[in-house]
Design a protein around this ligand. Structure first.
Ligand SMILES: [Fe+2]
Length: 367
């Protein structure tokens, strides 16, 4: 299978993965079915970034979905209920803890059960309710980073709770400010900067939450160089959980379509995050994230600096910018597999971008 952006999809292409709509409990189209123009048009208006499609010669390319979409929809619904009840009851309800425990146990179980936890699939985030989906994605990414750092399961579960609740304080901030399309006024930004403290005050009376969790929540916007908020903490003054949440938070926020900004590609986001090492992020935790992140997920089409097009077919753990690729440009190199991390004769070959223009895509898709 290969990944094609929505604007380049054509009727009669066969989808290789179910495609889900916003807030739906069933897919818009199941894997194995052909697309229609009407459905493709609806993807664009629904904010669906693209689809995995079947492509002759790419049958062997499989993407490993760490958290199936059905589970994401269910978990997101549970997170919504947790947020709403914590908002009403100021975090004192034991029922809330039951729901929270269930979600965190599930996330940690999923990650514990798999050996090769690399985020190798393009996340098609066609959801409406950003706050809840973001909380799930951040918690899940935190657990992946924690597993990479060999955290115990008990610690991973604490980390999952911190990830799930890190932005709870935003429920006290008006929606029109959180989703404002234009630039924020100084007063609005000051209000947003209160959300870590607001989250802490909502949860600090809950005796079931540990200091690790509460520190992770209140410090998740601190930066290692001391330029973050709310307390301008720096270096070792920032807790381990907060440093991990900061990384997962920025990655998910930048790779998601928002009312005020289009989603960035994974590779652009990862390059940006590497440029923030030692200023925004702690390098030790950033390296653990880079080990589980894929800048060029499997199935994505890329252009090389040697003028050829290729498809990503595998990843090298810890080297997210150097995946394994297969040449798709017709000619003598067609079908050649190159490991951009280790093949000696490929040392000068680099990916310059992902392929989005119609002409290059059609060249590849033409049989
Ligand atoms: Fe936040």
């Amino acid at each position: 299978m290969i990944f094609i952006p929505s604007k380049n999809l054509k009727p009669d292409m066969t989808v290789a993965r179910d495609i889900w709509g916003k807030n739906s409990s069933f897919p818009l189209i199941r894997a194995g079915n052909k697309l229609s123009q009407k459905l493709i048009d609806s993807f664009v208006t629904r904010g669906i970034v693209g689809a995995y499609i079947e492509f002759e010669g790419s049958e062997d390319i499989e993407v490993n979905e760490l958290l199936p979409m059905e589970a994401k929809v269910r978990v997101t619904g549970e997170i919504k209920r947790i947020f709403q009840s914590l908002q009403n009851e100021k975090g004192r309800s034991y029922q809330n803890m039951d729901a929270l425990n269930h979600v965190k146990d599930y996330l940690v179980e999923v990650v514990s059960d798999i050996d090769d936890c690399v985020m190798n699939m393009i996340e098609i985030k066609n959801y409406n309710e950003y706050a809840y989906v973001h909380s799930m994605q951040v918690a899940f990414t935190c657990v992946l980073i924690g597993k990479e750092l060999k955290f115990s399961n008990a610690l991973l579960k604490e980390l999952a709770i911190a990830g799930l609740l890190h932005d709870l304080g935003k429920t006290s901030i008006p929606h029109n400010i959180l989703e404002k399309e234009g630039p924020l006024t100084e007063a609005e930004f000051e209000l947003i900067k209160q959300h870590p403290d607001l989250g802490l005050s909502k949860l600090s009376s809950n005796r079931n939450l540990s200091k690790l969790v509460l520190d992770g929540i209140v410090q998740h916007h601190e930066r290692v160089d001391g330029t973050g908020y709310p307390n301008n903490l720096s270096g070792d003054k920032i807790s381990e959980f907060a440093k991990i949440i900061a990384i997962a938070d920025v990655y998910d926020a930048l790779t998601t379509d928002r009312s005020f900004r289009h989603a960035w590609d994974a590779h652009k986001t990862i390059e940006y995050m590497i440029s923030c090492a030692d200023s925004h992020f702690d390098v030790y935790y950033l390296n653990a994230f880079l080990a589980v992140a894929a800048a060029y997920p499997i199935g994505i089409l890329v252009r090389l600096n040697i003028g050829l097009n290729a498809v990503v077919i595998g990843s090298n753990k810890g080297l997210p910018l150097n995946p394994i690729i297969r040449i798709l440009t017709k000619g003598e190199s067609f079908g050649k597999v190159i490991n951009l991390a280790s093949d000696r004769d490929a040392l000068t070959i680099q990916i310059t971008d992902t392929i989005k223009d119609e002409k290059s895509l059609m060249e590849i898709l033409r049989k």
